[in-house]
Design a protein around this ligand. Structure first.
Ligand code: HEM
Length: 231
């Protein structure tokens, strides 16, 4: 079976990409359980899930350009999966932040009761205050919020219900997610901006390519009447 055929994509490539995408999460669980993270394992969990969110966003943004440049139309069949993995890692990232950063900073004068209503209230207030106070958290949270409608409308039923045009317009929000993800990263590193700069160049190039093609399409669609007739 050739991998690039319909059956190859469906029965071989997609399951492989799915398993490979779970790899980072599986590795993190394994490393955490076997003590293979650094001296600060909790911060490793936050950072690794953050970086994988950004990587999946970059992969998702790269799929249309890849299809256009190589002519391999089946590439588009992976976009929903990689986008949902971006959301999956972003959710893990947010949850690790809530537990590692916010839950750990709560006071428990009467001993820890994890699922008590008061604990949940204090936790929500602490997260909200942090989103309000620390700009890089504000930007990261906004990036996560932009992913929610994309994940909710990722099913075939929702595409039908919204209609292709509206669905496409809504899903352009992922461009903002990519930019916000880079800004969030840039803002949180203290001195060495090399890594966020690399992601910035990747996201910037992918968005610039889309802008270039969109301008070309618009020019091609311009009515013939507006074109200057040849003398
Ligand atoms: C699409 C959404 C997001 C992306 C792409 C993203 C990406 C990243 C990246 C790349 C890092 C740095 C990893 C490293 O240094 O190796 C990071 C760290 C971090 N992010 Fe996010 N993030 C997102 C959402 C959020 C949200 C919603 C929160 C919390 C509300 C958050 C809180 C943090 C924190 C606390 C750190 C660690 C900062 C430190 O090392 O001091 N992020 N994130």
């Amino acid at each position: 079976m050739r991998l690039t055929t319909e059956r190859g994509v469906r029965f071989v490539l997609k399951p492989l990409v799915f398993l490979a995408s779970l790899g980072p999460a599986a590795w993190l669980v394994w490393a955490a359980l076997t003590g293979n993270l650094s001296a600060n394992p909790l911060s490793d969990l936050t950072n690794e899930t953050g970086v994988w969110t950004l990587r999946f966003l970059c992969i998702t943004l790269a799929i249309s350009p890849l299809r256009k440049l190589t002519g391999w139309n089946a590439a588009i069949r992976f976009r929903r999966m990689t986008g949902l993995f971006a959301f999956f890692y972003a959710t893990l990232h947010f949850l690790t932040y809530v537990i590692v950063d916010r839950f750990a900073s709560l006071d428990f004068p009467n001993g820890i009761v994890i699922f008590a209503a008061s604990t949940m209230r204090n936790l929500a207030a602490s997260v909200w205050e942090d989103i309000y106070k620390r700009p890089f958290i504000t930007v990261g949270f906004t990036a996560l919020v932009t992913l929610v409608p994309l994940a909710l409308t990722s099913t075939a039923g929702m595409i039908r219900r919204l209609g292709g045009r509206r669905w496409n317009r809504l899903h352009k929000l992922v461009y903002a997610t990519g930019v916000l993800g880079v800004v969030h990263y840039w803002w949180l590193v203290k001195a060495d901006v090399r890594r966020p700069l690399i992601y910035g160049i990747v996201v910037g190039t992918l968005l610039a390519l889309r802008l270039y093609w969109a301008t070309q399409r618009a020019a091609a669609r311009a009515p013939a009447a507006r074109r200057v007739p040849a003398p």
